[in-house]
Design a protein around this ligand. Structure first.
Ligand code: AMP
Length: 214
């Protein structure tokens, strides 16, 4: 969990390799449906472009379907879901029906000034979804440094949508931190510093490293 721009997707990409678990990203899933112009993509498009949450009636079903698709022998990493208390309750109920539960909820915390700075200058790779900064985009050939894919500015990274997303985060998602804190699941990690620093903190907090050097 974390506000938009905290680095959830970036960290999830590293963690899925390090922990060898499938990665379920609600944002990536919606962007796939937008690209492919599916019925779901058309239903979700106007919410996403305005920086609003896609309604729970749409979101809960498609994400829980993915969660249920993971074999009970495997773990999984959720990124961007849940974002409302109703989504969290639906997730808990579905997991409980399969005698499963969340091990941890990692909250990547970044202050608002830094988020505005990051999101305003963020360009995303159409192929691998990796984020890039405006200066990388202008200084380079406009291609992704990971895979050579085309870089673009997400509609929801435009200034009006960024403001909206931060507000939605405060009202809808922030209360979820308490929901998980009360259940003893929440691990808070500062999201400032390099990608490697944050990754190190997350792994350490999850007990995957012997000591936290930061
Ligand atoms: P993200 O890439 O996680 O920032 O997600 C991009 C957009 O997809 C969000 O701004 C929402 O419009 C939509 N979205 C992603 N996850 C959810 C969710 N759990 N509930 C509702 N809408 C979501």
């Amino acid at each position: 969990m974390g506000p938009p721009g905290a680095g959830k997707g970036t960290q999830a990409q590293l963690l899925k390799e390090q922990l060898k678990v499938p990665h379920i990203s609600s944002g990536d899933l919606f962007r796939y449906h937008l690209r492919e112009r599916t019925g779901l993509g058309q239903q979700a498009a106007s919410y996403i472009h305005q920086g609003l949450l896609v309604p729970d009636e749409i979101t809960i079903g498609i994400i829980l379907d993915k969660v249920l698709g993971v074999s009970t022998q495997e773990g999984f990493l959720l990124d961007g879901f849940p974002r409302t208390v109703d989504q969290a309750v639906a997730l808990d109920n579905t997991l409980a029906e399969r005698s499963r539960r969340l091990d941890w909820v990692v909250f990547i915390n970044v202050d608002e000034a830094e988020l505005l700075h990051r999101l305003g200058g963020r360009y995303t790779c159409r192929e691998c979804q990796a984020p890039h900064t405006l200066s990388e985009t202008q200084g380079g050939d406009g291609k992704c440094s990971n895979c050579g894919g085309e870089l673009y500015q997400r509609d929801d990274d435009r200034p009006e949508a960024v403001e909206q997303r931060l507000q939605v985060y405060q009202t809808e998602t922030f209360p979820l931190l308490d929901y998980y804190r009360q259940r003893g699941l929440l691990i808070e990690v500062p999201g400032i510093g390099s990608v490697e620093d944050v990754n190190h903190r997350v792994l350490s907090a999850l007990g995957q490293l012997p000591v936290d050097v930061n």
